[in-house]
Design a protein around this ligand. Structure first.
Ligand SMILES: *[C@@H]1O[C@H](CO)[C@@H](O)[C@H](O)[C@H]1NC(C)=O
Ligand SMILES: *[C@@H]1O[C@H](CO)[C@@H](O)[C@H](O)[C@H]1NC(C)=O
Length: 274
């Protein structure tokens, strides 16, 4: 596939219902615009836990207690990811945080975090996040943020550090997503995916290769999906309003990923392309 270069930094998020194909659009954007990096809060969290960084250790302790990882920690994970790349530096001219100094500084602030852990188990925003940051406008400092922010409060917190400059609302009518989901069947052992409209198994309900029964993933089950959709609609309303008010919201509609991608590429190119 042809690739395109950017003329300025793109800092984007995709907002869309479960099953709308955000992952597909993200992958396609990354391929088409190689300067874009994918920054996933879930991946950052897993990496930090696996590598036993100070933040990872704190997060793991919380998760083991069944507590939520607070927004302030997710913000710090994102901040570390951006400062490590040199895309974000404290405005007062302190050295950008490097991997070596990260352990030391996280250790220093570790005590503060424990103090901030309120009786209700929620952590208040550490004062350092109120610090001002400078972010790079260089096209190489471009990213798609995944998993965060999910609501308007988180969006405001992120903005105090680095502003999203394009929020893409990916929309497909709910009935169409529902139908797509209900048509999707998988063979759990091999991961082979069938959909009964375009790529039906030769024998209904059976894997073509092994003849074993096909199942529906929990996330694809209509009742599970409906409840996730409801949660999404409730939490995203404020998020959409937030980005609308900042003038960075753009909505793209289509019945399929293939219908959405060309519209998305064209608008993205218009806003950020060279
Ligand atoms: C069904 O599968 C085909 C082939 O993998 C794919 O092109 C199509 O988009 C799928 N349709 C749905 C509704 O998932
Ligand atoms: C999308 O789906 C709706 C509902 O099925 C249909 O009315 C509409 O024509 C479709 N749009 C396109 C571009 O295929």
């Amino acid at each position: 596939m042809a690739t395109s270069k950017l003329r300025k930094a793109a800092r984007i998020i995709l907002i869309g219902a479960p099953g709308v194909g955000k992952g597909t659009q993200t992958e396609r954007l990354l391929q088409r615009f190689p300067q874009l990096a994918a920054i996933s809060s879930g991946d950052l969290l897993r990496d930090n836990v696996r590598n036993k960084t100070p933040l990872g250790i704190q997060a793991e302790a919380l998760m083991k207690r069944g507590a939520l990882v607070p927004d302030s920690m997710i913000l710090r994970l994102i901040r570390n990811a951006l400062t490590t790349r040199g895309w974000l530096i404290p405005a007062d001219g302190i050295q950008p945080i490097t991997l070596n100094s990260m352990a030391a500084s996280a250790e220093l602030s570790g005590g503060a975090d424990n103090d901030a852990l309120g009786r209700d188990g929620y952590v208040t925003i550490p004062p350092e996040l109120d610090m001002e940051y400078r972010y790079s406008e260089h096209p190489d400092a471009s990213f798609i943020l995944d998993g965060f922010p999910r609501n308007a409060v988180q969006a405001t917190q992120l903005e105090s550090m680095v502003p999203v400059n394009m929020a893409i609302h990916v929309h497909t009518p709910a009935e169409i997503i529902a139908e797509r989901m209900s048509n999707r069947w998988v063979h759990p052992a091999s991961g082979r995916v069938y959909n009964t409209t375009f790529h039906a198994p030769k024998v209904e309900g059976k894997d073509d290769v092994t003849g074993e029964p096909l199942i529906q993933r929990d996330d694809d089950k209509p009742e599970v999906w409906r409840s996730r959709l409801k949660t999404f609609e409730e939490s995203s309303r404020g998020l959409l309003e937030h980005y609308e008010s900042r003038g960075v919201l753009w909505k793209v509609q289509g019945n399929s990923s293939d219908e959405i991608t060309p519209k998305l590429f064209a608008e993205f190119q218009r806003r950020f392309g060279l």
